[in-house]
Design a binder for this molecule. Structure first.
Ligand code: PGA
Length: 249
C-alpha cells in the first residue's frame, strides 16, 4: 500500500514570514499524522527558514527547481548539493511552467533528474499534455515521450525513488480539473509504461500523483482511483485551511 503523497507547490508566492507561519501551522496540526506524506515547496528564499520549522516533523521540504550541475559558473542557479545542505529532500523537476515559460527541454529535465538522484534528492517529475495535444488525441504520445526522454538512462533501481506528477497543462491554474476517470486513464498508462520499461516491481511501486486545479472538493474523487497516489497542488495550497482540507480528504 502506497502512502498518499500531498505536495504543495507555492510557485512564486509567499515571503519568508508567510512561509514560516504556514509551516508552523502545518507542524502544529500534522506533527503526529502519518496517513499522508506531506511535502511543501516554498520559493528558494524561504527554504532554509522553513527547513528549521520542519525539523523533527514528518513534513518534508521540496524545492521548485534545481540545476543539473554540482557547482560552477551558472549565475542565478541552485545546485542539488545546496538543497541537501539546507535539508531539502524533494525537488519539482520539469513543471509545465518551466517547460513553457523558461524553455526547459526533456533533455534538460533528464539531466536534472539524474543529478538530483545522485545527491539523494527525490525528483517530483512533472509531465502532461497541452490542450492542443489532448484535442489532437496525443495525450498518451506526449506522456510516452516525456517519460522516455525524462527517464532516459536512469537505472531501474532509481526509478522507484522518483515521484511522477501527471499534470495536464490545460488543468493547471484554470479551475478545470481532469475528471477522476480522465486522470486515471493517463495514470494507468504511465504505470504500464514504467512496468514495460523498468519491470513489474518498479511500476507497481512508483508513486504517480495528479496535479491541475486540485482542491478540497475534487481530491476525494481523484484519490479513489487505483493508480492515483497523491496530488501536487498549486493555488489551493496557498491557504492553510484549504491545504488542510486536501490533506484530510
Ligand atoms: P494548480 O497548480 O493546482 O494551481 O492548478 C498545480 C501545479 O502547477 O502544480
Amino acid at each position: 500500500m502506497i502512502t498518499p503523497l500531498i505536495a504543495a507547490n507555492w510557485k512564486m508566492n509567499k515571503t519568508v514570514g508567510e512561509s514560516v507561519r504556514f509551516a508552523q501551522q502545518l507542524v502544529a496540526e500534522f506533527a503526529e499524522f502519518t496517513e499522508r506524506e506531506i511535502v511543501i515547496a516554498p520559493p528558494f528564499t524561504a527554504l532554509y527558514p522553513v527547513a528549521q520549522v520542519l525539523q523533527e516533523s514528518p513534513i518534508h521540504l521540496s524545492a521548485q527547481n534545481v540545476h543539473w550541475n554540482e557547482k560552477g559558473a551558472y549565475t542565478g542557479e541552485i545546485s542539488p548539493g545546496m538543497l541537501v545542505d539546507i535539508g531539502c529532500e524533494y525537488v519539482i523537476i520539469g513543471h509545465s511552467e518551466r517547460r513553457t515559460l523558461f524553455g526547459e527541454k526533456d533533455d534538460d529535465i533528464n539531466r536534472k533528474i539524474s543529478t538530483a538522484l545522485t545527491f539523494d534528492v527525490t525528483p517530483i517529475f512533472c509531465i502532461g499534455e497541452t490542450l492542443d495535444e489532448r484535442i489532437a488525441h496525443k495525450t498518451f504520445d506526449t506522456a510516452n515521450r516525456q517519460i522516455k526522454e525524462g527517464l532516459n538512462n536512469i537505472p531501474s533501481d532509481d526509478i522507484k525513488r522518483i515521484v511522477i506528477a501527471y499534470e495536464p497543462v490545460w488543468a493547471i491554474g484554470t479551475g478545470k480539473t481532469a475528471t477522476a476517470e480522465q486522470a486515471e486513464e493517463v495514470h494507468r498508462y504511465i504505470r504500464e509504461l514504467i512496468v514495460d520499461s523498468f519491470g513489474e516491481d518498479t511500476g507497481k511501486n512508483v508513486r504517480i500523483i495528479y496535479g491541475g486545479s486540485v482542491n478540497g472538493d475534487n481530491i476525494g474523487g481523484l484519490m479513489t482511483q487505483p493508480d492515483i497516489n497523491g496530488a501536487l497542488v498549486g493555488g489551493a495550497s496557498l491557504d492553510v485551511e484549504s491545504f488542510r482540507n486536501i490533506i484530510k480528504y
